[in-house]
Design a protein around this ligand. Structure first.
Ligand code: MD3
Ligand code: FE
Length: 216
């Protein structure tokens, strides 16, 4: 009876604490996923996905675009947030209001009220693309959380500790999963294993990840 009532009322998305400061809302954006992906396609028409070069001279296997007041970029001179797309020279497309609302709502449910994202980094993974273990520390306000939304093909996410030496745990992120990374988890090393092949009904042969950030 409890179960039936719980399912019928769906009071909150399924919540899994991952670590101190990190909360996974399993399927938290599944209903919005088609609208999110459609908006990503429109953003990518104005600001095409690009494989950026790292300061070390490697071309990233994931392709990147952004929306919002600032976008994360990389080239031989370093990583930074910039108001314009270096590919087009134009400002990044505006962040759609429902993107911001989704991220702000998820952050609040995870215990981070007042999240004010000014940047949404959009990563596209094709089979074989990966993200090696790293920390996100290019943002000015490291006290603010990062909110991530996964679309399309599933990925194996690596979640490590505060040092590179700590062995990362792996778990699956799927279409519509929302994760809030704040508090002590904000500076954790993390990455994504090479994407497996597949064909997703929404995105086709790729995974798209959105990360909402307070960059400035
Ligand atoms: C944990 N993106 O863009 S999202 C990134 O799936 C990035 O594309 C991955 O790492 C992706 O920088 C992971 C989940 C995520 C994002 C930021 C974090 C986890 C995080 C920041 C701190 C700790
Ligand atoms: Fe990251």
């Amino acid at each position: 009876m409890d179960t039936l009532l719980g399912e019928a009322r769906k009071p909150e998305p399924e919540t899994e604490p991952l670590a101190d400061g990190a909360v996974l809302f399993r399927g938290g954006a599944r209903a919005e996923a088609p609208a999110l992906f459609a908006a990503v396609q429109a953003i990518a028409e104005a600001a095409p996905f690009r494989h950026m070069t790292t300061p070390g001279g490697f071309v990233m296997s994931i392709a990147i675009t952004n929306c919002g007041d600032f976008g994360w970029t990389s080239d031989r001179r370093g990583y930074r947030y910039a108001p314009c797309d270096p590919g087009t020279g134009k400002p990044w497309p505006a962040m759609p209001p429902f993107f911001r609302a989704l991220a702000v709502g998820a952050a609040a449910r995870a215990g981070f009220p007042g999240f004010a994202p000014d940047s949404c980094l959009i990563n596209r993974y094709e089979p074989g693309a990966r993200l090696s273990l790293h920390q996100d520390k290019d943002e000015k306000r490291l006290a603010a959380p990062i909110v991530s939304v996964s679309l399309g093909l599933p990925a194996r996410f690596l979640f490590g500790g505060l040092t590179r030496q700590e062995k990362p745990r792996r778990f699956r992120l799927e279409n519509g999963d929302v994760v809030v990374w704040g508090g002590p988890a904000r500076m954790a090393f993390h990455g994504v294993d090479p994407l497996a092949g597949g064909n997703h009904p929404l995105t086709g042969r790729c995974r798209v990840n959105l990360t909402f950030r307070q960059a400035s």
